[in-house]
Design a protein around this ligand. Structure first.
Ligand SMILES: [Zn+2]
Ligand SMILES: [Zn+2]
Length: 179
């Protein structure tokens, strides 16, 4: 339960032309319900330096602990996402070739020291969490009678025997056969 463990410092001053960084981190993420949930990720970052900017490309891969909205069981939601942004060195520059404007955020770098990309990794992960969380596509949820998790098997509230609809059908069929 300590957010400070997330820090991911990039040593921009030490980047000559291109450097890579990697981090393995576990930290807490806020949930849409207002709580926190654990996640564990491997982050790979590539930083390219040009005359006027740094291009930072990151890949975030790992899992987020989630609770299924249908059966309430905890499960690990796999995440694999990337993000890119540009850090301008001094004066704003034009976008590098092949960069898409919506993927790029420009932040003027006044002092070339270190940059902590943890807040961006955190943001990218939060965006990866879907509104509707399901442990699996065909999650059967919980029994409305006894609350048992139906993914773990039948709970015994099976309506097959004693269901009035079956009784009515039996009577109907018997009646048809006798006359
Ligand atoms: Zn479920
Ligand atoms: Zn049941």
């Amino acid at each position: 339960m300590n957010d400070d463990t997330g820090s991911m410092e990039l040593d921009l001053g030490g980047v000559e032309a291109r450097s890579t960084f990697s981090f393995d981190r576990a930290f807490d993420l806020p949930t849409p319900e207002g709580g926190v949930t654990a996640c564990a990720v491997a982050v790979g970052v590539s930083v390219s330096r040009s005359a006027s900017s740094y291009c930072v490309e990151a890949r975030v891969k790992g899992s987020v602990r989630a609770e299924c909205h249908r059966c309430l069981a905890s499960f690990d939601l796999p995440v694999d996402t990337t993000f890119t942004f540009i850090l301008n060195r001094g004066e704003p520059s034009t976008l590098p070739d092949g960069a898409e404007e919506e993927d790029i955020v420009s932040i003027p770098v006044t002092r070339e020291t270190t940059l902590d990309i943890y807040p961006r990794v955190r943001e990218a992960l939060i965006l990866e969490i879907p509104i509707k969380l399901l442990c699996r596509e065909d999650c059967r949820g919980v029994c409305r009678k006894c609350g048992a998790n139906l993914n773990e098997g039948e709970c015994g509230c099976n309506p097959g025997i004693g269901d009035p609809r079956w009784g009515a059908l039996k009577k109907f069929l018997n009646g048809e056969n006798k006359t």
